[in-house]
Design a binder for this molecule. Structure first.
Ligand SMILES: N[C@@H](CCC(=O)N[C@@H](CS)C(=O)NCC(=O)O)C(=O)O
Length: 199
């Protein structure tokens, strides 16, 4: 398998880099923040966003899709169970929950803080975004009270995808009162290949 990853730094690119490292999959990295919005990246990702991948000549975008595909290609790494299994359904559940019920709220604040030009920003929803993020994060906090990881009690690609968002919550001051999420992040940070931003 020939893998090229368009990735840079600790943004969502970190998910795909971390997954490739955990899987032992060799890849060519194309980086640099000036990739975002460029024609070169648009040839791979229609919105010219990071991360994106070209795998055996075919473009793939959306960090969770890239991570799950890479994990599927490296069964010996044991990072994801087979499609159709209950554990895979749980993976899909937590990925969808994370991206729609948690990350989307933080992203709305992000888009209106540093992505859109100032004249297009709407800042009225920031407090509500934090509230909605925390409401969903509390669900994960409860689950992780009795589980070290989300799937089958062991580290999987699900934790890479979800952990990135939980870490964004930490960095925006949204994990207060959720000790099990903080402990979860501490566990993820101990992994040698962890690519989460520790600051
Ligand atoms: N849902 C996408 C989000 C991709 C995304 O928004 N990436 C950011 C960097 S983390 C980006 O390229 N932002 C530039 C922009 O939105 O214009 C994914 O998970 O891959």
């Amino acid at each position: 398998m020939k893998v090229t990853l368009y990735e840079t730094g600790t943004n969502r690119s970190a998910r795909v880099r971390w997954t490739a490292l955990e899987c032992g999959i060799a890849y060519e990295a194309i980086g640099g923040r000036d990739l975002i919005g460029s024609d070169r990246l648009r040839a791979v990702h229609p919105l010219a966003k990071l991360p994106a991948a070209v795998i055996d000549g075919q473009p793939l975008f959306e960090s969770a899709a890239i991570c799950t595909y890479l994990a599927d290609q490296a069964p010996d790494a044991g990072l994801v169970t087979r499609p159709g299994s209950w554990a895979r359904a749980q993976h899909d559940q937590w990925v969808a929950f994370t991206l729609t019920e948690m990350e989307a709220w933080l992203w709305n604040t992000g888009v209106n803080s540093y992505v859109l030009p100032p004249e297009e920003r709407i800042t009225a929803g920031f407090e509500q975004n934090d509230m909605m993020f925390r409401r969903s994060a509390a669900v994960l906090n409860d689950v992780l009270a009795d589980n070290d990881y989300l799937i089958e009690g062991r580290f999987t690609v699900t934790d890479i995808i979800v952990g990135w968002t939980v870490n964004w919550g930490r960095r925006t001051g949204n994990l207060e009162g959720m000790p099990h999420l903080s402990a979860y992040l501490d566990r993820l940070f101990t992994r040698p290949h962890c690519q989460l931003n520790p600051d």
